[in-house]
Ligand binder design. Sequence first.
Ligand code: ZN
Length: 222
Amino acid sequence: MSRNPFSEGIYKLKAKNKLAGKVIPLRGIDEDHYPVKASMLGVVPQGKVILSPDVAMFLGAVDDATKETGREIAFLLFGKTQGQVVYIDNYVADGLSDSMNAHFSPEINSALQNYIDASGKDGTDIVVHGHSHPKLGNYYNNFSLGDMEAYTKFREANNVFNSNKIWLSSCLVVDGNFNFLFYDGNDYYKFNEVYEQKSDGKLKKLKCYQSPDIIINRDREY
Ligand SMILES: [Zn+2]
């Protein structure tokens, strides 16, 4: 993936255009960290995400470790789609990032390559590009403009995602919420229902997008 300033600028412009009116500019905050108002995002109409017990436990552990350390964790999830229902049954992560911002290590990237190589690429497999936010500052609850860009770039850099041979979703783990997002190449949509499928088959509803969408920065409400 090219990282020259020109293509970075193009990506930023595209992400901003898609999110016009949904991004909250904050004084004194780097543009990459501007929060995106989840309440204004579209919804996948029949969207459901169903996590296997292992994956639910993993995401709970990501949330706990993120809270304890104040650091972001990057991960990928793998699964299958059936219409707009997504079944997730596998994951890969690195542990804690050495900086505040999550990044994908060579280990994660090689797990992704193995998954892509093994996939039938018939539009039934799905990868989830995920990271967590620690509870720091006043605007950690939301995807940031930089998060949206990273997701969009990841899709565009991997042709199997760009051509919908394998679907790509995104996930933000924050404060007990498992926020799944889908970009269709044109706009961003939330999954409003997330469940853990218990070993007896029963579904347990998990929290998603439940944080208030009000952002307080320097004593101003946005
Ligand atoms: Zn983020």
